[in-house]
Design a protein around this ligand. Structure first.
Ligand code: FES
Ligand SMILES: [Fe+2]
Length: 382
């Protein structure tokens, strides 16, 4: 992140007041609790946000080599993105043109794929989706004239980021999608990062709770009092909107130490959990010496799959360096898995009863207000 950008962000903190109230948003918000549990609303979100896209899919580092692939499912449509021999990407519908079998595991990744071979009757496709072989074709399928290549979908890659669209053929302009966030993101040199490890879990949560859990630091001093609580401030969070996306930076409690230094030595990097929310697909988090990426896949109105991945700025030099990165991922999953998502599952279960009409998001939760305003707009426009 450019130094002048870091200074600009730090100045907001320096002038925010003793309780960081200057970082707060302009307005609070009341949102219908049904946004988290109404199946009709969920259906619209699935269609307009996940099916019609574009959806943040991951980093270039997920698909380093020709034959590297990753699969995810959006509104039920299984998508596999695969690196081609020429370095470009293809997004294909992960369904065999014979009878619809998935060609690769629909929630996985891998390397070294030479062709897609269907596990059902062994139709085989090139990495670009072109049908190569079907057993017994000359006498069993010789009257078929329909196109039997895998269905292709729009995919784009820029600044080390990948976006896909699960339906239609409208191309994706990543800079337009990022809405200004690309200026910071490009500075992080995300293209050069290396995937260390990735883990998925399913939760009894509406997918929006993923964004809720990372959108405010107001809960840190209570929910995380025994883990990360002491190290971070709950008083405020840096927030900036980029269209539907946003930047939010959680701050360490000792951030004011930096203001004792001359301004040309200021850095926000050691003090900030720098989060770029890219709804609906997920988020990118810059931590001191690594990146974390989360992917969000709704399964049902009250069930979601969250995948967390950790990336290092370069290939670890030895096992110790790799283990350190894996430990970062494990700590993240420990805190979110035993504190955040567990607490949210209770909330989801109780919201499903219909007893609570509204949720309230305060000015101290500015990214939460922005996120839900944008999601409500997307749904209303549908
Ligand atoms: S479903 Fe794929 S070969 Fe039959
Ligand atoms: Fe949390």
């Amino acid at each position: 992140m450019r130094h002048e950008r870091q200074v600009e962000l730090l100045e907001r903190v320096a002038t925010a007041g003793d309780r960081l109230q200057g970082l707060h948003g302009d307005t609070s918000m009341v949102n219908a609790a049904s946004a988290y549990c109404d199946p009709a609303r969920f259906e619209i979100e699935q269609r307009v946000l996940f099916r019609e896209g574009p959806v943040f899919f991951g980093l270039s580092a997920d698909l380093r080599e020709p034959g590297s692939w990753r699969s995810m499912t959006f509104d039920g449509i299984p998508i596999v993105v695969v690196r081609q021999q020429d370095g470009s990407l293809r997004a294909l519908v992960n369904m065999c043109r014979h009878r619809g079998s998935p060609l690769v595991d629909p929630h996985h990744r891998g390397d070294g794929l030479r062709a897609f071979s269907c596990p059902y009757h062994a139709w085989t496709y090139e990495l670009d989706g072109a049908l190569r072989v079907r057993p017994a074709a000359e006498h069993a399928f010789n009257d078929i004239t329909a196109n039997c290549d895998l269905m292709s979908r729009p995919v784009a890659e820029k600044h080390g980021l990948i976006f896909v669209r699960a339906s239609g053929d409208e191309p994706i302009d990543i800079d337009e999608v990022l809405g200004g966030a690309q200026h910071d993101l490009a500075d992080f040199g995300i293209d050069n990062y290396v995937l260390i490890e990735s883990r998925s879990d399913e939760w009894d949560l509406n997918w929006k709770f993923f964004f809720d859990s990372f959108s405010e630091t107001y809960h840190i001093r209570t929910l995380h009092k025994d883990t990360i609580g002491p190290a971070f401030t709950s008083d405020g969070i840096i927030f900036e909107a980029f269209g539907r996306n946003s930047l939010s930076i959680g701050l360490r409690s000792n951030i004011r130490d930096e203001f004792d230094k001359p301004q040309d030595e200021w850095s926000i990097i050691p003090y900030g959990t720098i989060q770029y929310f890219l709804p609906p697909g997920g988020m990118i988090v810059h931590q001191l010496d690594h990146l974390e990426v989360w992917n969000v896949e709704p399964i049902g109105v009250g069930r979601s799959r969250f995948t967390a991945s950790v990336y290092a700025p370069s290939e670890p030099k030895n096992e110790r360096e790799r283990n350190y990165m894996v430990k970062n991922l494990e700590l993240l999953l420990h805190v979110t898995g035993t504190e955040d998502f567990i607490a949210l599952e209770d909330i989801q279960r109780h919201l499903n009863s219909g007893a609570l009409e509204n949720m309230v998001y305060g000015k101290i939760e500015a990214p939460l207000v922005h996120f839900h305003t944008e999601m409500n707009k997307a749904v209303a426009g549908a």
